[in-house]
Ligand binder design. Structure first.
Ligand code: ADP
Ligand code: MG
Length: 468
């Protein structure tokens, strides 16, 4: 009997823990910990521990390290459960026991001998429940990719094979890839679907070589109807893994099993990848998701706001759509931050400066308009402008408050007076009713934040444009 795939990751988790923990701790506390099962939704992993004491100790001392190591290989797991099971003797009935392994030292390498004892694998597909077609918004930039994905999901292995989907980061490749997996399982519940990142493929291959057991590796990747490999670009430069993938690919392709690959670039640009693989990647359908235009971004924004049940004024939406011109992941990030702010202070509408603060990591200068004829711009205009952007009043700016946002606005104003109006420190000191050393300190403080604090940098950049 062979090692089932979900168990197969467990030795990798152990290896990982072994590298991060002192050896004595690892040997004492982990050498008897075993994989029991993964819940159907992939969110809970259950481990077998030999005693209540061992359980308590792991939970109190190593819980976060265990969770971190587990999540590297079981990315959906949010909960780690320990059950105490005492091993009675070697001859357990097969159905009861989880995978067994013993840990021995060889040249400081972890040598994990696996003796799998049960066969019923669970949740082998490795899909994230969030990434479905229902949650995926079709817009101009991904329209063709969605059409291809949906037709493949309806007739896996019969239309285009392989499908090679590429785009820049955060544009929905992983989401779309997994959506196909979910849709296939819905329509053909008996189909075997496997989602794997290229990195997982590589790690499993490596561990199969180390264990001299490539049967389970083969089964995991070849006993499938739909194979979904994410970020195939990472196979570049890994020759042995390419060889393994080549054979996997051929076998599946010959049997008309559906293969879908994603990448951050088209096949021809993949770099250190064997030509025979590249040509195979191009056999079927190569499709991309293009960089979203403003219309695409507004479209996705609109849908996401509805999903999140968020209400924002129309001009904010346009501002977000214009500013976040990178990808949909960034767009989601901005909406999550705005949602958090609105939930934390529910009664208070979002101010422009708060929105600008959230947007400050994105390109483009601040939109607040101010008419400064550039030659005559002086301290009054500068102060007015800083007040508008930071939402601090003139009285506060020129007053004594040390409140963080007020003090920082004041420092930016002093910095601007030195940098763009070329005033001396004593002159700046007298405008702000402060010592010249305070003005110098303000300049140093803001200078130190440039390039590190996105919000401060943005304001200074905008001042540079406006004041010169
Ligand atoms: P990639 O794999 O191309 O880097 P992901 O699939 O991880 O991108 O997408 C990044 C985030 O953006 C995910 O949370 C995903 O759900 C979301 N996303 C991307 N495109 C869309 C879309 N068209 N509709 C809804 N969400 C999307
Ligand atoms: Mg991805």
């Amino acid at each position: 009997m062979t090692l089932t795939a979900m168990q197969h990751y467990w030795p990798l988790v152990l290896s990982n823990l072994k590298n991060t923990l002192p050896l004595s701790h690892f040997n004492t506390w982990f050498s008897a910990v075993k994989f029991k099962e993964l819940s159907d939704d992939g969110r809970k992993i259950t481990l077998i521990v030999p005693s209540q004491f061992n359980k308590t100790y792991l939970q109190s001392k190593f819980n976060s390290q265990i969770r971190e190591a587990v999540q590297k290989y079981y990315p959906n797991v949010v909960h780690v459960e320990y059950v105490v099971e005492v091993e009675k003797d070697e001859e357990k009935p097969q159905s009861q026991s989880a995978i067994e392994f013993s840990v021995t030292e060889t040249d400081d390498e972890l040598d994990i001998v696996t003796k799998p004892k049960f066969a019923k694998p669970k949740n082998l597909h490795n899909l994230n429940p969030k990434y479905t077609f229902e949650n995926f918004i079709t817009t101009n930039c991904n329209e063709l990719a969605v059409k291809v994905a949906k037709s493949i999901a309806a007739k896996p292995g019969q239309l285009y094979n392989p499908v090679f989907l590429y785009s820049g980061v955060g544009l929905g490749k992983t989401h779309l890839l997994q959506a196909v997996g979910h849709a296939v399982l819905e329509k053909f519940p008996s189909y075997q679907v496997r989602y794997s990142t290229c990195e997982q493929f590589f790690n499993l291959f490596l561990s199969s070589v180390q264990q001299r057991n490539n049967q389970s590796f083969k089964e995991y990747f070849r006993d499938v109807d739909v194979l979904l490999i994410d970020d195939i670009q990472f196979i570049a430069g890994k020759e042995a893994t390419q060889e393994a993938f080549f054979h996997t690919f051929n076998e599946l392709h010959q049997q008309n099993k559906q293969i879908i690959l994603t990448s951050d670039k088209p096949p021809k640009s993949l770099g250190a990848i064997e030509e025979r693989l590249i040509s195979r990647f191009e056999w079927g359908m190569v499709v991309d998701i293009s960089k979203p235009e403003l219309e695409d971004r507004l479209n996705v924004l609109d849908h996401k706001l509805k999903q999140l049940n968020l209400n924002l004024p129309q001009e904010y939406l346009i501002r977000i759509g214009e500013a976040v011109n990178t990808n949909f992941r960034d767009l989601e990030g901005v909406l999550n931050r705005l949602q958090a702010r609105l939930q934390l202070i529910p009664g208070k509408p979002l101010e422009t400066y708060e929105l600008e603060k959230v947007l400050s990591n994105f390109s483009g200068s601040l939109p607040i308009k101010i008419n400064i004829p550039s030659v005559s711009a002086g301290p009054i205009e500068l102060i007015d402008y800083i007040c508008q952007i930071t939402h601090v009043s003139k009285e506060e700016l020129l007053g004594k408050s040390r409140q963080q946002n007020i003090a920082q606005a004041r420092q930016i104003a002093m910095y601007g007076a030195k940098e763009f109006l070329h005033l001396s420190y004593p002159a700046i000191g007298s405008i702000f009713k402060r010592d010249h050393t305070t003005a110098l300190h303000a300049w140093q403080k803001i200078h130190g934040l440039l390039g590190k604090d996105a919000w401060v940098t943005k304001i200074v950049d905008t001042l540079r444009v406006k004041m010169i």
